[in-house]
Write a protein that binds this ligand. Structure first.
Ligand code: PXP
Length: 240
């Protein structure tokens, strides 16, 4: 059964819109877990635009499943993660002006920096994944820098029109096969929703999906428990 990591950043985005106390992303995370989430993902951005350090720390104390901390490859974030010790960490590219993570991390061009960061966290028992595009050179570089896992960027597949989608799906499938053949655990994420998730979940090498926007958007209408349950039910239909 493929694992579902629920990203609750958007809950914090609503809270920060009013600099208020509610809605609480940790409360949402605990409900998501009760509804079947296998893990909770949060992105502590450099500009702290949604998730705050206190959220990560409360999540670390209260989550019953695992906490996956998405973070930029900076000395400050690595030091923070070494202290907080999430179960998993996922290195993502981060630029202040981005609305969200727009492309994969360029591991090929930043091998030394990424290798050092991976080692520091993995020495603390944190499983590190690298969020990368489904490109063979990036997968090989992820292996060379010692990462435990990769998270394949599914955004291009999700945004593709019907004609281009099959090609994007094939690129993700062959990236997953390559990664598995060199003993990397394979995750996927970005842009996945109730309409486009199944072909990705059908890729047998992918063992975890991290999904935020679509689940939180659905939660606004039907509540987070139902939104998570609906996604879990869909994933149960995956061919595996
Ligand atoms: N995985 C990574 C590495 C991300 O940066 C994001 C977005 O924060 C997600 C997954 C979730 O993407 P979405 O919100 O589009 O489901």
């Amino acid at each position: 059964m493929i694992r579902l990591g629920v990203n609750v950043d958007h809950v914090a985005t609503v809270r920060q819109a009013r600099q208020a106390e509610v809605p609480d992303p940790v409360a949402a995370a605990l409900l998501a877990e009760k509804a079947g989430a296998d893990g909770i993902t949060v992105h502590l951005r450099e500009d702290r635009r949604h998730i705050q350090e206190r959220d990560v720390e409360r999540l670390r104390e209260q989550a019953a499943t695992k906490v996956n901390l998405e973070m930029a490859v900076t000395l400050a974030m690595v030091a923070y993660a070494e202290r907080i010790r999430p179960n998993d960490a996922c290195f993502v590219p981060e630029k202040r002006e981005e609305l969200t993570t727009e492309g994969g991390l360029d591991v090929v061009s930043h091998k030394i920096k990424v290798k050092d960061a991976v080692k520091k966290l993995q020495d603390r028992g944190i499983h590190v994944s690298l969020f990368i595009d489904p490109v063979p050179a990036q997968i090989e570089a992820a292996k060379q820098v010692g990462a435990y896992a990769i998270e394949l960027h599914t955004g291009t597949y999700c945004n593709a029109n019907a004609a281009a989608r099959e090609k994007e799906l094939a690129a993700i499938a062959s990236a997953a096969t390559l990664a598995r053949s060199i003993d990397l655990e394979v995750h996927g994420g970005h842009g996945l929703d109730y309409e486009n998730v199944l072909p990705i979940a059908d890729i047998p090498e992918i063992v975890e999906l991290n999904i935020g926007h679509s689940i939180i958007a659905r939660a606004v209408i039907v509540g987070i428990s139902q939104a998570v349950r609906e996604m879990k039910e869909l994933l149960l239909r995956a061919r595996r």
